[in-house]
Design a protein around this ligand. Structure first.
Ligand code: Z5A
Ligand code: MG
Length: 213
């Protein structure tokens, strides 16, 4: 039998509406952990580098039209095709900081398809579950002040309001922390990093969970 000699990495996801600052904060957390010699990698969803990710990219950029339910399943398939890679990374002891994941999948699709949240979470059931979801809580005013607002498909106020409400519902299960996204970048970073550092020791001996099980 295989004896586990090494602690696993933590699985940390950043979520939030468009322009909440997720990508900025993922970079800052990754740099801060590297400085502390914590093995760490980043990932982003959708992963636009795969064949499925290419279709998603063309849809988001409004180059192609697809049924919203079909797109929903592609977003989920894009996570499933990365499942083994995620587990391998965590099991070799590397912490993952992930820019959007399953909560985005359900929150956006429930808003855009009108299907119940339970319909939207079901294709992701059984995927590796994050140890912590850091939610960047952004106001519509702050979103609109940030760059390139309104170019992609879901960047309309009414859609964003529905998506935010879905995120709130999803946060009732799992380990979520909300952080105000309208603060200065460094202030947001310090709040997030503290939560990450608090988590790191604690999850080493815990098995990786499964989503919605
Ligand atoms: N989607 C889905 O439907 N289903 C799924 O399963 C998944 C995703 C995974 C693409 O997402 C779309 O896919 C998205 C959800 C849907 N919907 N739309 N449209 P994406 O992640 O590729 O793109 P995004 O989230 O819409 O936008 P973004 O620009 O990547 O947002 P962000 O990463 O949260 O923000 P940022 O790039 O870090 O910052 C945005 C700007 O604000 C930038 O100029 C920063 O310098 C600035 N910024 C950041 N933080 C601050 C602070 N604190 N103060 C001032 N300025 C700041
Ligand atoms: Mg981003």
């Amino acid at each position: 039998s295989i004896i586990r000699t090494m602690a696993r990495g933590a699985f940390i996801v950043l979520e939030g509406l468009d322009r909440a600052g997720k990508s900025t904060q993922v970079s800052m957390i990754v740099e801060a952990l590297k400085e502390r010699n914590v093995p760490v990698e980043r990932r982003v969803f959708p992963d636009r580098s795969t064949a499925i990710g290419g279709i998603i990219n063309d849809y988001l950029a409004k180059k192609i039209e697809l049924a919203p339910e079909a797109v929903h399943l592609l977003f989920s398939a894009n996570r499933w095709e990365c499942k083994d890679g995620i587990l391998e990374t965590l099991e070799k002891g590397t912490t993952l900081i992930v820019d959007r994941y399953a909560a985005s999948g359900a929150a956006y699709s429930a808003a855009t398809t009108g299907r119940p949240l339970s319909w939207c979470t079901s294709p992701d059931q059984g995927l590796p579950a994050p140890d912590l979801v850091l939610y960047l809580d952004v106001t519509p005013d702050t979103q609109q002040q940030r760059s390139n607002w309104g170019e992609e498909r879901f960047e309309r106020a009414e859609t964003q309001r529905k998506v935010a409400e879905n995120f709130r519902k999803l946060s009732e299960s799992g380990n979520w922390a909300f952080v105000e996204a309208g603060l200065d970048k460094l202030e947001v970073h310090q709040k997030l990093l503290q939560k990450v550092l608090d988590l790191l020791e604690g999850c080493k001996d815990k098995p990786i969970g499964k989503l919605y099980e």
